[in-house]
Ligand binder design. Structure first.
Ligand code: MOS
Length: 710
């Protein structure tokens, strides 16, 4: 059942009592400050810690010369090089020393006193200048690097274009932070992370500690957007230092360090070609994407994935190549893959519509994919046609004049554009436990994270639905490796995956209660159970538990993603109205209407929050966000939120969000698919297409800046 429910963690966050990783004091807490490389490629010739070591409050200074030795990380994604293990520098911002002191001020002051001399090597940061491109090895669930299906038909119209997207940084409100304590041979970590189990796995392997001697906790994570998914060097440095010195340490990245310490969304250069018949039917699609990776590892942005599934082309060929450069490893960023990729696919569809003189929405319906055109599999509960229909109705699309530059409002040129949204449905194995206490309290336990999406609110609703009780009767414990294991809270997978495990546990729990009560079915209300749907047959939990000598009833459940023979994707349609002032080159997004198809929506309120967040994120991608690399210095230029612009309230016009479609029986046990990242797909091309409609200017690189529009 779908039910709007306000955020249960809202009051704690608003009142400032929700504690994040860096908010926990300790009697012997020591503070860490990183010293990071100021050049992108070098060998460290000398590192002089004399002055830093003698500075007030300093306990230790660790460099590659005296830091403990680490073993290779295995078992969970790690995005760095192993810190402080050699004298090599592969990117600007790479940690080269860490200062441990009694206060943060002492640590940071001493960090400034560490002198590092480099033998600088030639660096390359411009991925478009790399000639030796590498074929990536993506994780299997992302799909293969290359695909090629079908035979292109001879076609009358061929458009070949190059689209580019900018490097972007996640910029969550909470900078990454790790609190690590080593006591009695056990490591306790509070971390700003999207995956406590991944942190434990990596720390276990690099430090050579048994997993059971490490506990990682994250009650709240202050936004991640992918930055806190992989494990990064700072987490290892904090844990290593705690183990080395004993006691508690805290490492908080500065905002500037957050631009070089936990990945970024790589820029992309996408060559995309569509061949089509004059009838509007696509004859072939080709999409080749190149993006940078680090010199020391392979991350690939799967930008051509959107083209693999969106349209019923008789032939589709895609490829991804990566170009090693001297930056930290790029990493997933909301919405990875389809986010940058749909800009190319969905802009090109708009170009084709213009070339053919047809309505862009009509062209998409004309080429609607009834089955996955690359795998040939049926889609799970796809309702994209209804998204188009409902979005167009709400937006008033039928009133759109076909020709660009047709509408003026005072000084502004007004344009309407649209785009499809698509996001692969990620699923992770998950386990959960549900406990019912004699006082009627239900406690759900699952080791996933609350990263700001509403997990504390939604997952109790899943258990409550099965048990028959109000959601307020259920509390959730999460973010702790002592709890049942789940995957990373990433890929918009938590509600689906952990929810399916909770649903299974709650189902088992009700079966156990029914057996105890001698009924076929039970429903929980407060401290009583109603038997077999009969309001006259009610037992008190107190009596039932006493009769069986119980203090609580507990059930475990799990979710294992299985191949259902379906192509699992969520879909949407995004409609944008922009106003462009040609004298100033400014573009305002006046309104966005977006309609999504993502299976069952558990909580319409938090779901709407996710999608409006995605739309605003998409406005940032379209118009503001770019991390410029200075290729002379080999570094990102802006390392603060004054130079790296994200969308603010003032950048956002009217937002309208709706969902269509029902229960998806294939993706999981609760009918839901992922939603969060879907909201960040399709916005940029809808805006770019609206800009074309307003001005007649086709902008093929993001973000669309005033310079582009003048
Ligand atoms: Mo998301 S980029 O998978 O946190």
């Amino acid at each position: 059942m779908s039910r709007a429910r306000t955020r249960v963690d809202g009051p704690a966050k608003v009142a400032g009592v929700a504690r994040y990783a860096a908010d926990h004091p300790g009697p012997d807490l020591r503070h860490l400050a990183l010293v990071t490389a100021t050049v992108p490629a070098a060998t460290i010739s000398t590192v002089d810690t004399t002055a830093a070591s003698a500075a007030p409050g300093v306990v230790a200074v660790l460099t590659h010369e005296n830091a403990p030795r680490l073993a290779p990380p295995v078992g969970a994604p790690y995005g760095g090089r192993l810190p402080l293990q050699d004298n090599e520098v592969h990117y600007d911002g790479e940690p080269v020393a860490v200062v441990v002191a009694d206060t943060l001020d002492h640590a940071r002051a001493a960090a400034d006193l560490v002198r590092v001399d480099y033998e600088v090597r030639a660096a390359i940061t411009d991925f478009t200048a790399v000639t030796d491109l590498v074929v990536p090895s993506p994780p299997p669930r992302w799909g293969p690097a290359d695909t090629n299906v079908g035979t292109p038909e001879p076609a009358e119209v061929t458009l070949a274009r190059v689209y580019t997207t900018a490097a972007r940084h996640h910029s969550p409100l909470e900078p990454s932070a790790t609190h690590a304590e080593w006591r009695d041979g056990r490591l306790f970590v509070r971390d700003a992370t999207q995956g406590v189990f991944g942190v434990r796995t990596v720390l276990s392997s690099v430090l050579g500690l048994p997993r059971e001697d490490i506990r990682v906790v994250a009650e709240y994570t202050g936004g991640g957007f992918g930055a806190k998914g992989y494990v990064w060097p700072h987490q290892i440095i904090a844990a290593m230092t705690a183990v080395h010195l004993g006691g508690a340490v805290r490492l908080v990245l500065t905002r500037a360090q957050s631009f070089t310490s936990h990945g970024y969304q790589p820029p992309t250069r996408q060559r995309i070609t569509v061949a089509a018949h004059r009838t509007g039917r696509i004859a072939a699609l080709e999409h080749d994407s190149v993006s940078p990776t680090a010199t020391y590892g392979g991350y690939v942005e799967m930008a051509a994935n959107a083209t693999r599934v969106l349209y019923a082309a008789p032939a589709i060929r895609t490829s991804h190549r990566i170009a090693p450069v001297n930056t930290i490893l790029p990493t997933p960023m909301r919405a990875p893959h389809e986010g940058p990729g749909a800009f190319a696919t969905e802009s090109l569809m708009d170009e084709l519509a213009h070339e053919l003189g047809v309505d862009p929405l009509w062209l998409r319906l004309r080429n609607h994919a009834d089955v996955d055109p690359t795998s040939g599999l049926p889609f799970a509960a796809k309702d994209l046609r209804a998204c188009y229909r409902e979005g167009a109705r709400r937006f008033g699309w039928e009133r759109r004049p076909l020709a660009p530059r047709s509408v003026r409002d005072g000084h502004d040129l007004v344009g309407w554009g649209m785009a499809s949204a698509v996001m692969a449905t990620f699923r992770f194995p998950a386990s959960a436990r549900v406990r019912l206490r004699v006082d009627g309290t239900v406690v759900v336990e699952a080791g996933c994270q609350e990263i700001g999406t509403g997990t504390y609110t939604i997952l109790p609703q899943v258990a409550a639905d099965v048990l028959g009780c109000p959601a307020d009767q259920v509390t959730l414990r999460l973010g702790d490796t002592d709890l049942p294991e789940t995957g990373m809270t990433a890929g918009s997978s938590t509600t689906l995956s952990v929810g399916s495990a909770i649903s299974a546990a709650a189902t088992t729990l009700t079966a156990q209660l029914a057996e105890l009560a001698g009924a076929d079915a039970v429903s929980l209300t407060g401290t009583t159970l109603e038997l077999d749907g009969d309001p006259d047959r009610v037992v008190d939990l107190a009596d039932l538990f006493a009769e069986h000598d119980l203090v609580e009833v507990t059930a475990d459940g799990s979710f294992t993603p299985t191949d259902t023979g379906h192509s699992l994707h969520s879909f949407g349609a995004v409609f944008a109205e922009v106003a462009v002032d040609e004298d100033f080159g400014t573009c305002r997004v006046r309104r966005l209407v977006a309609v999504y198809n993502a299976g069952r929506i558990i909580n319409p309120l938090t779901a709407r929050g996710q999608m409006t967040g995605g739309l605003i994120w998409g406005i940032g991608q379209a118009l503001l966000e770019q991390s410029t690399l200075d290729h002379e210095l080999g570094r990102f230029v802006s390392k603060d939120l004054a130079g790296y612009l994200v969308a603010t309230q003032a950048d956002v016009g009217e937002l309208e969000v709706a969902f269509v479609g029902e229960h998806d029986p294939h993706s999981g046990a609760i009918g839901a698919r992922g939603i969060g990242e879907l909201g960040a797909v399709g916005v940029a091309p809808a805006i770019a297409n609206a800009v074309f409609h307003a001005t007649g200017k086709r902008i093929r690189s993001l973000p669309i800046t005033p310079e582009n529009l003048l």
